[in-house]
Design a protein around this ligand. Sequence first.
Ligand SMILES: CC(C)C[C@H](N)C(=O)N1CCC[C@H]1C(=O)O
Length: 698
Amino acid sequence: KILNEKRDKLEFSKVVCGYPLSIFFIVVNEFCERFSYYGMRAVLVLYFKYFLRWDDDLATSIYHTFVALCYLTPILGAIVADSWLGKFKTIIYLSIVYAVGQVAMAVSAIHDITDSDRDGTPDSMTFHIVLSMVGLFLIALGTGGIKPCVAAFGGDQFGEHQDRQRRTFFSVFYLCINGGSLLSTIITPVLRAQECGIYSKQKCYSLAFGVPAALMVVALVVFIIGSGMYYKAEPQGNIMLDVCKCIGFAIKNRYRHRSKQYPKRQHWMDWAEEKYDKLLIAQIKMVLKVLFLYIPLPMFWTLFDQKGSRWTLQATTMDGNFGALVIQPDQMQTVNPILILTLVPIMDSLIYPLIKKCGLNFTPLKRMTVGMLLAAIAFVCAALVQIQIDKTLPTFPSTSQSQLKLLNMGSNSVTVKLPGNDALILPAAQVYPFINNCNTKFTNLLPETNDLTSKPQEGNNAIRFVNGMKTAVNVSTAAADFGLIEPFYYSNYSQIKNGKATFTLRSGSQSCEYSTNFGFGSSYTFFIHSTLVFGSNCQDSVTAVEDIKPNSVHMALQIPQYFFITAGEVMFSVTGLEFSYSQAPSNMKAVLQAGWLFTVAIGNFIVLIVAELAKIPKQWAEYVLFASLLVAVCVIFSIMAYFYTYIDPTEIEAQFKKKINEDDEDDKSKPGKAEVEMVKRDSIKCHDEYDKATQTKM
Ligand SMILES: CC(C)C[C@H](N)C(=O)N1CCC[C@H]1C(=O)O
């Protein structure tokens, strides 16, 4: 009946180029929803840090918890959809929850609401924190809840013989995910950088959250507009409860019949046959088989997710100057969605057909295996890049060493003799770095300063000034204030972004300007000569002394690793999405999508744990370790995949239903037949049918 209903609905639905028109509304919905999700995520940590004034640790912990929650809630959404409301209604209701959450975030970022003294900072931080946490919870519920439903609902719109179209749909669906995320990760940081406010102008987080909120409303409206065109499969009772009860009964029954006198059954789920419908048992077997196959998959996501953390950190030690374009370390991440947008069409229209032409059967599980291997290669590339970077890093003192820097503030060179070392000639306005064991005693040297012990963070440049004049000098730029520097004294380090910086040097009412260009990750001590004359050009009276060289390994070297991880993602993730749909029984499509997304959540958790536990001193070695782990997991997966037999759930379900109908007829004509015999016979027949429908291996 259900199949006929679907056939009727699809027969009368509008078709464009062989695709149901309803698909258009679903992919546009996904585009807007992913814009909303990734756009909000792009500014979330900065909102925590600069608006809520949380420290780095709290901000990153809450951020990662939120992301992990977003991939856990799909289970909830899938259960609601498959057991209760159906996918269509679940998407509508949870999208409303999602949009409310986004609006709550936007409102929580309006500083004027609690800024009663109008000084530009919120007076009741509790209000903003509570509202934003409620908002984030609703968003996690909404985005995670609808995610498995939208993908599965899209798959439902295709008929039995539209396998090719359905595969293309999942590719286009993935393109929309990445198109939306790419646009929003470019746009929302720009919106955040605007200034807005009623009483005082502040960074506009409310706009950066408001636009994603608006896009979520658009996503909902677009989805509702398509309402009349969708095929809406109704849920067939509380399927999850039935599944749990059936599994529970099979385990109990198997335990009760553990003695050798009872004949073995083909599968442990067959022990539920006494009480449960054979169709349900077959459907549970299908789901369990796929879920078992998913066990090694989180490892892929563990590597994939590190491009947002470890790889971005790696980029901070690299040079992002691309000529006319200067790329910030975190902007490198946009290479992933950009590559997705190019690689998905190339794979679909060129690579896969080419492989097919060569006579190779590149099955979904083979694609996923190759995808994992490509991700491992990406990490080998990352290790090679890291080795290049390490060669350019300065030598910092170890824990048993100390570092001394000598700066000659005079205008002539001086000879310096340090205990246990040869005399050295130190030219004017130059620094000599000196590393020695901690127990060396130095006397009569410059006042103690805290020097850098690592490269400046986030690709910034660490800058300090030393005043060689007899008067105090105030130094500032648009981005940093070095304060008043006493004669023959130094300022603290300040972080300056790459590009041109103009420093204003001021003494009383007199000032002059000094400009210079910075690369990424350098450190300089600017020495102000005693000869500086205010009111004139002070360009020649300041000497830049390089403490740490700017990053010299170019960020373009990260492109191969991004290429491999993205090519891996296309083979692994796009295929996995479609595989999860095609191998799921009709009443558990969303559940299996949620199972797939659950592997992403576990991958995220592993990253969190690894970040805490990984104590490998060399970063390149850690990359190699992850690559090796993934290769090992990949071998296990390929063995598991080899034993997996593809099924056509629709066909199996149809055969089971036919069999049940026939048996009903039989029952009516032969009342009182020995039931046990019949169950046994049916069980054998159904197994044969199940086996016939599951012929293709990996
Ligand atoms: C991290 C990118 C912006 C998006 C990524 N390429 C992607 O499409 N996904 C990562 C997790 C699954 C999937 C998604 O659904 O967002």
